[in-house]
Design a protein around this ligand. Structure first.
Ligand SMILES: [Zn+2]
Length: 391
């Protein structure tokens, strides 16, 4: 089978251009959105790689005045966003190319959101609480083209960015319904160089998005359909890309699964993310790895409320028996095949700050759509189970 048949363009949930080599169309995509001087935002590691250089030279050859901003951390901070906004204004830019993994995409989307807002509107005032987003001017958000280079966050189709508030030492979700990139490239050739460990961790993040969306109690049947098919793709293709990173077909399917996860979680996330956000802020651990480790413990803790969706999931994934037990067994087996730890202790996380993490988790925006409304003590107990490996 050739991979050419995966070269397509979809107009849902944004304009999605799939297929190996599609990123060559980046200059035309920028022009289609009216950009003449895009700012390409990426992380410092990627900025050194030929793929960024090629994207830049392609844009310049097409007559675009393109510059790069790459001063962002693995968990991007409020300062990173402010610096990006300053670079955007100093360079008279008129759009953003969001290029990279979750950090690059999230930072770039936040810069695009803030680039032309009125003076005095702070980034944190747009935290995803209530109707905060309405205080931003929708028309001041500059256009975004997104080029993900990992398959996990799905941030290329997400309406939010996760940004670390360095003063408060917490991750805040910055939300606006119009911060979704207008054109997205899902080009698997950009992901073939990812090492297996990052492939595994990011792929498990995609699974956690689908899984939490699937378990959410909110009424959103379209998101349910997308979530369950996203999980089927992770089942079929994540082990394949882990053992053979150059499998373009499997890479393409994982990019799509990642996008599906982020599309599905408009239905809501849950306790995996409510815990992974504070743990990421306090321990600077990889977001996808945290979700992967937490997944079986959270499923177990949610058991009383997810019986029916677990039966349907087990049927769809063709597990030996439908129900939560076989789903957890499948997750444990997948994690093991991907070389992912079973306990948070293996990531260097202990239970010393468990009370604090519990209090942070209960107020995390992701907590509101967990199937069981855990209190801070229950979050603390899940964390301790995950540190100690008690399932
Ligand atoms: Zn996530």
């Amino acid at each position: 089978m050739t991979v050419e048949r995966f070269t397509t363009t979809w107009n849902y949930p944004a304009q999605i251009r799939t297929g190996a080599g599609r990123v060559r169309e980046l200059p035309e995509a920028c022009q289609a959105l009216g950009m003449r001087a895009p700012l390409l935002i990426t992380d410092p590691g990627l900025a050194q790689l030929p793929m960024v250089e090629q994207a830049l030279s392609g844009c310049r050859e097409a007559g675009l005045h393109c510059a790069v901003f790459s001063e962002i951390k693995g968990n991007p901070t409020g300062k990173n966003v402010l610096d990006g906004v300053a670079a955007f204004r100093d360079g008279n830019h008129d759009g953003v190319i969001a290029f990279g993994g979750g950090s690059g995409l999230d930072a770039a989307k936040a810069v695009a959101l803030m680039a032309r807002q009125r003076e005095g509107l702070s980034l944190w005032s747009l935290e995803d609480v209530g109707d905060n987003w309405k205080s931003a001017d929708s028309d001041a958000i500059v256009p975004i083209v997104a080029v993900p280079t990992t398959a996990g966050t799905g941030s290329e189709v997400g309406r939010a960015s996760v940004i670390t508030d360095e003063q408060a030492r917490i991750k805040r979700i910055i939300f606006h319904p119009r911060m979704v990139p207008a054109i997205v490239f899902l080009d698997p050739a950009l992901t073939v160089g990812l090492p297996p460990s990052i492939t595994a961790a990011t792929g498990m993040d995609a699974l956690s998005h689908c899984m939490e969306a699937w378990c959410s109690p909110n009424y959103h049947p379209m998101a349910e359909g997308i979530a369950v098919e996203g999980m089927r793709r992770v089942r079929d293709y994540l082990p394949a890309v882990f053992v053979d990173g150059e499998n373009l077909e499997a890479r393409q399917h994982m990019l799509v699964a990642s996008m599906m996860g982020a599309t599905a979680f408009q239905r809501g996330l849950g306790a995996m993310h409510a815990l992974a956000h504070p743990l990421g802020a306090l321990y600077d651990a990889h977001h996808g790895t945290l979700n992967a480790v937490l997944m079986p413990y959270v499923l177990k803790a949610n058991e009383s409320a997810i019986g029916e969706p677990m039966v349907r999931l087990g049927r769809y994934l063709d597990l030996r028996q439908p129900g939560i037990g076989p789903v957890i067994d499948w997750v444990l087996d997948l994690r093991e095949r991907l070389g992912i730890a079973h306990t948070l202790a293996e990531l260097g996380i202990d239970a010393i700050q468990a009370d604090k993490v519990g209090q942070m988790a209960v107020v995390d925006p992701s907590a509101s759509s967990n199937p069981v409304p855990f209190d801070a003590n229950q979050y603390r107990d899940i964390l301790i189970s995950a540190v100690e490996g008690r399932l």
